[in-house]
Design a protein around this ligand. Sequence first.
Ligand code: NAP
Length: 259
Amino acid sequence: MDLGIRGKRALVCASSKGLGRGCAEALAAAGVDLVLNARGAAALAETAAAIRAAHGVTVTEVAADITTEAGRAAVLAAAGDVDILVTNAGGPPPGLWKDWDRDDFIRALDANMLTPIALMQACLPGMIGRGWGRVINITSASVKSPIGALGLSNTARTGLTGFVAGTARQVAGQGVTINNLLPGMHDTDRMVALDGAVVKAEGVTLDQARARRMAGIPAGRYGSAAEFGATCAFLASVHAGFIVGQNILLDGGAFNSTV
Ligand code: NAP
């Protein structure tokens, strides 16, 4: 399917690895020029070079912490006018409800709620002015079904979801759609870190930790960054203009519900 977005320009945050990279690769495959971001310059340069070589699109790299004001300013200055914004950042650390103080909550809110909101506030006026835009926020399955050990994520991402629900309906009439992608368990470094925490806490092997989690997923496996990215590219496409303010769960059926 031709996604109809060849020649558009996308900012994909936190995209040297994992789900962000999956989104960047799928957009590049559709002919979209990219601005990529991550903190680590070496992995970012490697990813940018691989995408240029594979897809022949223009790729600009900005090594910066997207959760800081200075980092966002640098990324937005390099990005200029973007048609497609994919927000993303690292997830908060695991822990228990009684562990966190105000500073922990502020850090999580900054990274996973206030950063995507600030990026939308920066990019939406240009999209509205040009009469076309797509915003896809990478959030988490924790928005639909809380994850016990990820209370900071549950909290921050639910706040973002509320902002998107209202804002998406305010900009849809001007050609701009905003939607959220909710990853369940995907085979990325983040998952290795979370499984590693289980290994440490419970003394099981990594294979045992993974097998136990996969047993709770009807698809029987973790998702891949490539299939996640393909969904993102479809949401960014010309075909998805009537999909507004949705929370799309990619979890292999793990969330058990009828609708
Ligand atoms: P990942 O494999 O660890 O990749 C994270 C990417 O983001 C890397 O490129 C990393 O590069 C970059 N990054 C992290 N913090 C950043 C920051 N402050 N500024 C700029 N770039 C940053 O993680 P992932 O699995 O793709 O997860 C992406 C998001 O989805 C996270 O918020 C995660 O919590 C959420 N999520 C993931 C899963 C899953 O199963 N994988 C499930 C639910 C939710 P640098 O470290 O070099 O900056």
